[in-house]
Design a protein around this ligand. Structure first.
Ligand code: FES
Length: 63
């Protein structure tokens, strides 16, 4: 059995640790991975992945 851990980082993306397949709404496989970071600020230019834009906009999970 494999485990998947998804952890929100402080004022940043979701850290995905473990075997995961990222799938688009139409079913297209975007990425198969064992480690990735998913945007939760909404500013990434490469959604669903974090591209570091949360730092540029000073995004905070508290807002
Ligand atoms: S969380 Fe990093 S770009 Fe959105």
């Amino acid at each position: 059995m494999t485990h998947l851990r998804i952890t929100p980082t402080t004022d940043g993306p979701l850290e995905v640790d473990g075997e995961a397949t990222i799938v688009a709404p139409d079913g297209t496989v975007i990425k198969e991975t064992t480690k990735t970071y998913l945007c939760r600020c909404g500013e990434s230019k490469s959604k669903p992945f974090c591209d570091g834009s949360h730092k540029r906009v000073n995004w905070s999970e508290k807002n």
